[in-house]
Design a binder for this molecule. Structure first.
Ligand SMILES: [Fe+2]
Ligand SMILES: [Fe+2]
Length: 137
């Protein structure tokens, strides 16, 4: 089963971002419990919609922050978000079309992506922000 726990090693030191990451992990484990507990389709669909909305909002928060701080690798990072949303959307559509197994696939797909992306992608802008703050202090 996928590891859907937020871990201290994912901490970036930006409270709003860390809270959003925790929230996505939480919603993913909720989704997994719903699927494993064989809850009805409407409930699974609801939690899946929450996962999608929270992820979309989180990317928007990060991209706004990166624009504000003049992060040089913004475009590449945005591209990673865009590709992920595209993949997630594809799974959501297949779920809506009747393939219930797609909900579980969302947990492994997004869970795995997040574990990698937070430390490989998000950490870069977090370090950039901290370095900038240290300079202006
Ligand atoms: Fe993130
Ligand atoms: Fe990101």
């Amino acid at each position: 089963m996928a590891d859907l726990q937020w871990r201290p090693r994912y901490e970036l030191g930006i409270p709003l971002i860390d809270e959003q990451h925790k929230r996505i992990f939480f919603l993913l484990s909720e989704l997994m419990e719903c699927v494993a507990g064989k809850r009805d389709r409407a409930q699974v669909s609801q939690v899946l919609a929450n996962v999608m909305r929270q992820t979309r909002e989180h990317f928007h928060t990060e991209e706004t922050l990166m624009v504000q701080m003049g992060f040089p690798a913004l475009e590449g990072h945005q591209e990673q978000h865009k590709k992920l949303m595209h993949g997630l959307h594809g799974l959501e559509v297949r779920f809506q079309e009747g393939d219930a197994s797609m909900a579980m696939l969302v947990t492994t797909f997004l869970g795995g992506w997040l574990r990698h992306h937070i430390n490989e992608g998000d950490r870069a802008y977090a370090e950039f922000l901290k370095a900038r703050e240290a300079k202006s202090a």
